[in-house]
Design a protein around this ligand. Sequence first.
Ligand code: HEC
Ligand code: HEC
Ligand code: HEC
Ligand code: HEC
Length: 456
Amino acid sequence: MSPRRQGWVTAAVVLLAVLVSGCERPPPESVQRGYRGLGMVEFWNPRTLATQVSANQAPEALPPAPAGGPPASAVFKNLKVLGDVSVTELTRTMVAMTAWVAPQQGCAYCHAAGEDMAADTLYTKVVARRMLQMTRHINTNWKDHVSTTGVTCYTCHRGNPVPAETWTVNPGPVTAQGMAGNRAGQNAPAPQVGLASLPFDPFTPFLDQRNEIRVVSTSALPTDDHKSIKQTEWTYALMMHMSQSLGVNCTFCHNTRSFAAWDASTPQRATAWYAIRTVRDINTEYLNPLASILPASRHGPLGDGPKANCATCHQGVYKPLFGANMLKDYPALSGVVMTPAAPVTPPPQVSANFAIIYFAVASSDVPGELPSALVPIVTALKNNARATASISGYHSATGDPTQNSDLAKNRATAVQATLVAAGLPSNRLILLKPMSAEANLAGEDPMARRVEISVK
Ligand code: HEC
Ligand code: HEC
Ligand code: HEC
Ligand code: HEC
């Protein structure tokens, strides 16, 4: 071989080694989940599966409490959730909660050392009480999703005071101002959407707000029912997150012949439909309102608190902890909430001072009587008599420009009216024309149809 040829061969061998090093070893295994030829296959790698299994083990259950004994409410002074369990079961639940949420800090994480256990001094105890209600609520009212497997504090917390997988509203990376700098909510590869250059915050519109998750139009002719490219991208971003959080590919739920057709989808897609509703429910009813009690260090860049998505419980596995049923060993965490969901009373120092409310197409109806995003705003204004709120309405790019600017204004007025109905004087609720009308987002963008409220 000529030295030159030898050089080529060496280069080829090196190149091959580089290429092969990108392959997974040992070869992944697969299972057919649909009829043959449909490509409904799930792949897994035995090596990574083994690591995943050991990282997702449920801790051993504590020995059961002896049956009987007085109810905890007869002995303890300040129980709003667990009054219905026995005294020994209460103590046992406290021990389990400590191991699941604050193993390093111990009881003192929620009960100030040297103080009566009944005192609600620490914010962590107030949050934990709401968490107990949320856990019971999920286990009782969302069986279509979590079945009888249910959830415990460990499902999300895994030994950490703050769960590893949470999200806050993502305003995106700071960019240069103007047209060139506008990323329109995307083109910044985010780990949440599998590093695709898809919208980096699909959670706000879909897992907090209730925007429709649709790509396929239900009519063949161009009518009002058009779906924009933007809307498609948001949907795909959410789907990437769902697949990644469950460690599955799209065919776990869909037959790719038609993503929309329910009759061609797997039963898991129906479970996932309920799952999306579960997550919306716990985010708006339980987690969002807690933002005002959490310290500022827990808040996202826009002042909202950490919320749940699919990864919070699933952590890369199709069923959290591979379906381990921890709930059956902890009766205190199932059952119906006894007292009506206790209103969360935030302490005076409120840092949440910014909110966004999203609207349906061509609508200026505020979703609900007092959307949870407005709760911290109301509190902030009530706590500081000199504070004012500025309210700015926006619209999406489609439609007639003059009608649109009316629509944006009507949206802002509707939010103002909602705040007046919540007991605030209108002279402290200032309607402010947006700095830029922001018609840059093409088509019918759910993120564009909004009102922004900021407290100063
Ligand atoms: C993650 C927070 C958290 C940790 C850690 C925790 N607790 Fe609690 N504890 C609570 C909450 C919340 C309540 C109130 C439950 C309710 O309202 O039903 C409570 C209530 C109690 C009560 C009843 C007090 C009364 O008179 O109303 C006792 C006793 C108690 N805890 C003991 C303990 C012990 C002992 C430990 C450590 C092994 C512990 N707790 C760890 C959150 C916690
Ligand atoms: C669906 C997932 C989920 C479940 C189930 C859950 N939590 Fe949480 N928890 C969260 C999220 C999200 C937060 C907000 C994170 C933060 O505080 O920054 C949180 C925060 C907390 C905090 C405040 C921690 C801090 O230092 O800010 C406490 C205490 C807590 N949870 C206790 C519990 C207890 C006790 C249970 C079981 C009764 C429980 N959680 C069940 C998701 C969950
Ligand atoms: C865990 C189940 C699950 C996985 C995995 C999943 N999807 Fe979905 N998908 C759903 C559900 C449920 C809906 C409907 C949501 C709704 O109506 O609220 C949906 C809706 C869609 C739609 C909209 C269909 C319509 O009616 O217009 C598309 C497109 C889609 N998914 C594509 C994908 C792609 C691409 C992937 C892989 C990256 C994927 N999905 C992974 C459950 C799943
Ligand atoms: C509060 C915790 C929690 C959250 C958050 C959560 N899940 Fe689940 N999910 C569970 C539990 C627990 C199960 C197991 C139920 C069972 O054993 O059948 C489950 C099961 C499922 C299944 C059925 C899997 C199978 O093999 O049958 C699907 C699909 C699913 N979840 C999708 C989702 C999606 C999509 C999201 C986000 C929109 C999500 N889940 C968020 C707790 C959660």
